[in-house]
Design a binder for this molecule. Structure first.
Ligand code: AMP
Ligand code: MG
Length: 181
């Protein structure tokens, strides 16, 4: 069984007002086997959004992702096909893992938008929810705080998918035997 520990960044606006459609603009992921070993090099790609192709200043400030980086990127359908190959989802048993189900919802929306099958998103663990249960927390806790409380340094840039995924992988590995699948 492989664990696909991943994080996304998406188009966003201050307060995410006006119910605007959010689309993935970056995906970062680590592929980890049941022994806690990294199966291969991590995955990191930008994605060019199609509904709102221009990033808001709020989004650029939050994520540090620049307009040119998404302009140069492939659209969701191309990247996600490449991601599925990287994650070996057609060859191995797998489970997707993210910090909160926002990431899964955005991927579902993107699949719908690009008329792609979304059944592959079914094997899924919400690590944020499970971590809350494991640590018996009254309220869910943010990724950065959790990483630091667990004794790790939060490395890289928070709100960049590849860095968030790397820090999430530290937490994931610490509790490797405790996730309910
Ligand atoms: P994160 O993984 O925490 O970097 O968040 C993923 C995505 O959620 C970001 O790329 C934004 O689209 C959205 N997001 C996170 N925090 C905020 C916020 N404070 N306001 C609006 N959108 C946010
Ligand atoms: Mg993130």
């Amino acid at each position: 069984m492989n664990f696909i520990v991943f994080d996304l960044e998406a188009t966003c606006w201050e307060g995410n007002s006006n119910n605007k459609v959010q689309e993935t603009i970056e995906i970062g992921a680590f592929l980890i086997n049941g022994y806690g070993e990294e199966v291969k090099r991590c995955y990191n790609r930008f994605i060019r959004p199609v509904i709102n192709p221009y990033l808001s200043k709020f989004c650029t400030d939050l994520t540090s992702i620049q307009q040119e980086q998404v302009d140069r990127a492939d659209k969701f359908d191309r990247v996600i096909e490449d991601f599925q190959d990287w994650a070996e989802i057609f060859d191995e048993e797998y489970i997707l893992c993210s910090w909160g189900d926002f990431d899964k919802k955005i991927l579902q929306n993107d699949c719908k938008l690009h008329k792609l099958d979304d059944l592959w998103l079914m094997p899924y663990i919400n690590l944020k929810k499970q971590y809350q249960d494991i640590r018996r927390l009254k309220k869910p806790r943010g990724l950065k705080t959790s990483v630091e409380i667990e004794g790790f340094e939060f490395t890289g840039v928070h709100h960049r998918a590849i860095d968030d995924a790397e820090n999430l992988a530290k937490l994931f590995l610490k509790y490797l035997d405790e996730w309910r699948i």
